[in-house]
Design a protein around this ligand. Structure first.
Ligand code: UDP
Length: 241
């Protein structure tokens, strides 16, 4: 733990993270858990060491993105599993970015997993567990007021930029970026920043040479070697175990 920010009461607990208030206005502490769920909570388990991997990998990638001009909520890493972030109002959308068909897209369109897409696909899902995070489009988002037109334009532009930056960075680590999910938030002044996490929980990472899955699909699909795959991603990106 750091003495930079004092951890106060918990304001939220989700499936993979807890969020705490701090003694500093506008700053929250996120704590990553080893708990894992899949299929909207239908499958539950623990992935030993996942909290640390997701915390460290997310922070590594958020710092990279900040340096390349993508605004994020990241402030500083406090411990293996804890990070100080700017508190934001989360835009209730999951933005899915796809380079290669996998998962729900492969199933929906009847494509073999691994089919290269001619161009990058953006999808939006409305964040609502009770409804199973339904896919929505720009018209639903405008009609429901989930994000303004200018905000959504910013979100889409930033998402493509994140894809370009991460794709190149991961390739250097021998990892192919298949698809991933992003979330965005609003700062008090209304600016849109990248929030949440970027980790093997929220991305599909395939070994660039062998195609081996290095992400949460190992847990979702009972492929075994889950902990090792998470560690391997951290090792390749941060050079540490
Ligand atoms: N994803 C996520 N949270 C969700 C749904 C999807 O992080 O609630 C990520 C998932 O890890 C993958 C990408 O978004 O990298 C696309 O997921 P997909 O729509 O294929 O859904 P899935 O097959 O995981 O149900």
């Amino acid at each position: 733990m750091s003495d930079t920010y004092k951890k106060l009461e918990k304001v939220y607990e989700g499936k993979a993270k807890k969020v705490f208030k701090t003694d500093t206005d506008g700053v929250y502490i996120v704590e990553y858990k080893d708990d894992a769920t899949a299929g909207n909570g239908a499958k539950k388990g623990v992935i030993q060491g996942k909290g640390e991997v997701n915390n460290r990998v997310t922070n590594h990638l958020m710092k990279l993105l900040e340096g390349r001009g993508v605004p994020t909520h990241f402030i500083m890493e406090l411990s293996g599993t804890e990070t100080a972030v700017r508190s934001v109002q989360i835009v209730p959308l999951e933005v899915i970015v796809r380079n290669i068909a996998a998962g729900s897209l492969a199933a929906r369109l009847g494509l073999p997993e691994g089919t290269k897409l001619r161009s990058t696909v953006l999808e939006y899902c409305y964040k609502d567990d009770a409804q199973g995070d339904p896919m929505v489009n720009e018209y639903h988002i405008a009609a429901m007021g989930w994000a303004g037109e200018a905000e959504l334009k910013t979100i889409a532009e930033l998402s493509f930029k994140v894809n370009d930056i991460l794709g190149g960075h991961l390739k250097n680590a021998g990892i192919e970026l298949i698809d991933f999910k992003l979330e965005f938030g609003r700062l008090p002044d209304g600016r849109i920043v990248l929030a949440d996490e970027i980790s093997p929980d929220t991305c599909r990472f395939w070994d660039a040479k062998t195609g081996e899955k290095l992400d949460k699909d190992r847990f979702r699909r009972d492929l075994g070697g889950v902990e090792d795959a998470y560690r391997e991603v951290m090792r390749r990106l941060l050079g540490q175990d």
